[in-house]
Design a protein around this ligand. Sequence first.
Ligand code: AMP
Ligand code: ZN
Length: 112
Amino acid sequence: MSDCLFCKILAGEVPSDKVYEDDKMYVFKDIHPKADVHLLAIPRVHIASLNEVNDEHDEIMAHMIKMLPRIAKEQGLDDGFRTIINTGKGGGQLVFHLHIHLLGGSNLPGFQ
Ligand code: AMP
Ligand code: ZN
């Protein structure tokens, strides 16, 4: 996906503040943080949104979910954290490469 911002970040064509990476996922700081800690976890493969997830992605999705608590703890979020996945325009999704927001810290905004 040559015009996908997060694919460009994965390719190193757009700079990002890396927090964690492995063969399946990449985690970096959100450029407009909404809390003390605001990370984005993305799969290395281009999946546009949760709507496009299928059986082929079982391993990647399970891996990403499993890694989030470990990454949160490494960020000092011992008390807990919030995850958000915006899906589609109606869900407020702006970047169409699946991403899991990981938020936490003392400035965690209210959830309405
Ligand atoms: P969403 O509304 O769920 O699609 O969220 C997209 C998120 O990507 C927003 O929180 C943006 O602040 C974030 N974002 C956009 N461009 C960049 C970038 N170049 N580096 C890091 N985060 C970004
Ligand atoms: Zn992409």
